[in-house]
Design a binder for this molecule. Sequence first.
Ligand SMILES: [Cu+2]
Length: 167
Amino acid sequence: MKTHDLVLLLLAASFPLTVPAAGQHSHSHGTHASHNHTTAAGHASLSGQPGDPGKVTRTMEITLSDDMRFRPSNVQVKAGETIRFSVRNSGQLDHEMVIGQLDDLKAHAVEMRNNPGMPHEEPNQVYLKPGEHGDMVWQFTTAGTVDFACTIPGHLEAGMIGKAIVR
Ligand SMILES: [Cu+2]
C-alpha cells in the first residue's frame, strides 16, 4: 500500500521533467563538436558528451533500486541540453548508472563480469553504494535515443535499463 503510493508520487514528480517548454524549438547550434566514438559494430554512438557543470539547463532526479529499475526509466531531453542527473541508490545493493548506446553498455557489462575489480571512474557513469547519492552531468548533442543501464553483473540482464529520448 505505502510503496504503491510512493511509486505514484515518484511518477507524478517525474512528469514536469518531461513537459517541453512551450514555444521553444531548438534549432541546430553551429557548435556540434562531432564526437564519433565508433564502436566495433561500426556505428557512431550519438550519446553526447560529458557536460560542463556550469552549463546545466536542468536537473533530473533518478532513483536506482533493488528491483532493478531506474525511476524514471524514460526521460525526454532536447538536443543541446546539459542535464545534471542527480542519482540516488535507494537499495541495499550497489548500483550504477552508465550512459551510452545499448550495444556498448552490454559490452561494458561483459567486461564488468570478467573483471570484478576493474577501476570504475568514467564521466559517463556514476557508481553508488547503498544509500549513496551522486551527480553526473551530461550534454545530449544529437536527436535520437540514448540508453542508460546498470552494468553490475546481472542487473542489466534483469532489466535495469532506461532511455533518454533526445528531440
Ligand atoms: Cu544495479
